[in-house]
Design a protein around this ligand. Structure first.
Ligand SMILES: Nc1ncnc2c1ncn2[C@@H]1O[C@H](COP(=O)(O)OP(=O)(O)OP(=O)(O)O)[C@@H](O)[C@H]1O
Ligand SMILES: [Mg+2]
Length: 332
């Protein structure tokens, strides 16, 4: 994002914790993220790195009672969503921010007809009559390419396929023409062909509505195909972020490089083995205070218990600069 553009969403120094058997432990540790109007920003990282915790903190949809925001701000058009009274937050969330979750079946109401579920936010936030809202719901189902929308609108979620349910979620998220869509692994539960269709639909809808998107995925291919800017998360921290082209051309952090090396590319020879990343993402009670990727690699962190500083190594390209994980020579 151009430094002069004012962000639509700005997450500042976010720290989020979950209560568990080891106490209340931060799983998001001082995360900063900016998203400009109309932009698609991706968060990528292995499972358990805190991607969902960041997104769900920003809109205060963390699982209760275990999830807690300990510090930080989530400014939506300059207004801190983390400090707003619930009523104000609900009206912003419904009307201006659409959320698409990984598991449509869990997010949809099993005992409410699909048309009604799409119509509800239209009545609540845009003041439409029930008749108008149901008509709009059928149009939205058509826009997300659900065949026979008038019939489908009268059905319940369980009678639809996984791909169709995900389309219904997109229709609900887009219903009020939000300025921001948060899509948390919107296609992970779907098979590859349906995944591509749903992502294409999301792109098309974004183009039409101009909505900004925060797209979360552990799949770098999905991120590369869709995002203008990429944030790489490891063990609760952003270790690198940059415009997508810059990040893929000049990855600077060893974790980003390892993720890239572990991704299938079309130019790879047949039967080539993908190098995996050794070890596992540590659990939050094991997190080191210093460089967590050195911890993963089983090497001493050069900066000891000190968190590596986050520095801008190229325009809009920020890296957590650990001397063992980054190519320090290029920083001059
Ligand atoms: N409800 C919960 N209670 C306790 N700990 C949780 C809960 N949800 C997530 N966590 C922990 O918080 C950390 C971050 O989880 P999060 O779901 O944000 O990761 P993620 O990057 O979204 O992973 P995935 O790719 O699997 O969705 C993990 O260590 C996870 O075990
Ligand atoms: Mg997640």
């Amino acid at each position: 994002m151009n430094a002069l553009t004012s962000p639509l969403l700005e997450i500042r120094e976010l720290t989020t914790a979950f209560a568990g058997e080891h106490g209340t432990l931060p799983v998001v540790d001082g995360v900063n993220l900016r998203l400009a109007p109309g932009e698609c920003v991706g968060i990528v990282g292995e499972s358990g790195c805190g991607k969902s915790a960041v997104a769900m903190s920003a809109v205060r949809l963390l699982p209760r009672p275990s999830g807690r925001i300990l510090a930080g701000q989530a400014l939506f058009r300059g207004q801190d969503l983390l400090a707003l009274p619930s009523r104000q937050l609900n009206s912003i969330r419904g009307a201006h921010i659409g959320v698409i979750f990984q598991e449509a079946l869990q997010a949809l109401n099993p005992v409410q007809r699909i048309g009604q579920q799409i119509a509800e936010p239209l009545m609540l936030h845009l003041g439409m009559s029930e008749e108008e809202a149901l008509q709009r719901a059928r149009e939205l189902l058509e826009a997300v390419r659900i065949p026979a929308p008038a019939l489908r609108a009268r059905e319940y979620p369980h009678s639809l396929s996984g791909g169709m349910r995900q389309r219904v979620m997109i229709a609900i998220a887009l219903a009020c023409r939000p300025d921001l869509i948060i899509a948390d692994e919107p296609t992970t539960a779907l098979d590859t062909t349906v995944q591509q269709q749903v992502l294409a639909l999301l792109r098309e809808q974004r183009r039409e509505s101009g909505a900004a998107t925060l797209l979360i995925s552990h799949h770098l291919g999905v991120i590369a195909q869709n995002c203008d800017v990429v944030y790489v998360m490891y063990a609760g921290r952003v270790v690198e972020c940059a415009p997508a082209g810059e990040l893929f051309a000049h990855p600077r952090h060893a974790y980003t490089r390892a993720l890239l090396a572990a991704t299938i590319r079309p130019d790879m020879p047949h039967h080539s083995l993908l190098p995996g990343i050794p070890g596992n993402v540590p659990a939050p009670h094991e997190y080191a205070t210093g460089c967590r990727f050195c911890q993963r690699m089983g090497r001493p962190a050069p900066l000891g218990p000190q968190r590596p500083p986050c520095e801008e190594v190229a325009p809009e390209h920020f890296v957590e600069l650990c001397p063992a994980c980054c190519d320090m020579e290029m920083t001059d």
